[in-house]
Ligand binder design. Structure first.
Ligand SMILES: Cc1cc2nc3c(=O)[nH]c(=O)nc-3n(C[C@H](O)[C@H](O)[C@H](O)COP(=O)(O)O)c2cc1C
Length: 159
């Protein structure tokens, strides 16, 4: 296998994007970060990391930093999934948490996420209400799998 997709998802929307990318890149393998065996990282040419964003935090920051000595020689694409658009200050700050020398060498995209309010715990409901009041976003169901095509096309070219 040429390509590995490693994702972290709490409520399933990031997993849906990861599965979509997996279906559309024929020689790819899919793992959640919890099940992925880090010893196998070096065997792939292409690495796709997908993470939901909670309070500006993603799993891939530490993953990129801790494994950069291996990843720097690979094609790396990171996709973040969240309810705030890519040009929102919160999204920009989350992106800037990736060290500059790593940012320069990877591809990045933010994809629209989904909030199913009834599934959230009390604390999460409170946070969402606060963000929603401030941003006037409306709690949305916005997963749009087609938007993940830029990830698919990139690796079809790189193959
Ligand atoms: C408590 C909480 C905090 C969140 N914080 C952010 C955030 O900082 N930025 C963002 O874009 N989306 C944020 N979201 C939205 C989630 O990233 C979005 O629902 C995403 O689709 C969840 O992915 P998952 O279904 O894979 O867990 C937040 C959601 C919750 C419940």
């Amino acid at each position: 296998m040429n390509t590995v997709i490693i994702y972290k998802s709490k409520y399933g929307s990031t997993k849906e994007y990861a599965e979509y990318i997996n279906r559309n890149i024929p020689d790819s393998e899919l793992f959640s970060v919890e099940e992925f065996d880090i010893k196998n990282l070096n065997s792939y040419k292409n690495v796709i990391l997908g993470s939901s964003v909670y309070a500006g935090m993603t799993f891939y920051n530490s993953f990129l930093i801790n494994n950069w000595s291996i990843l720097k020689n690979k094609n790396v694409f990171v996709f973040a999934v969240g309810m705030l658009p890519e040009d929102h200050p919160n999204s920009k700050d989350a992106y800037k948490q990736i060290p500059v020398h790593i940012r320069k060498k990877i591809q990045y995209i933010k994809l629209p996420g989904r909030v199913v309010f009834s599934k959230l715990n009390l604390f999460e409901k409170f946070i969402i209400k606060m963000i929603d009041n401030k941003e006037k976003l409306g709690v949305a169901d916005m997963v749009d799998l087609e938007k993940a095509n830029s990830v698919v096309f990139f690796f079809k070219q790189e193959k």
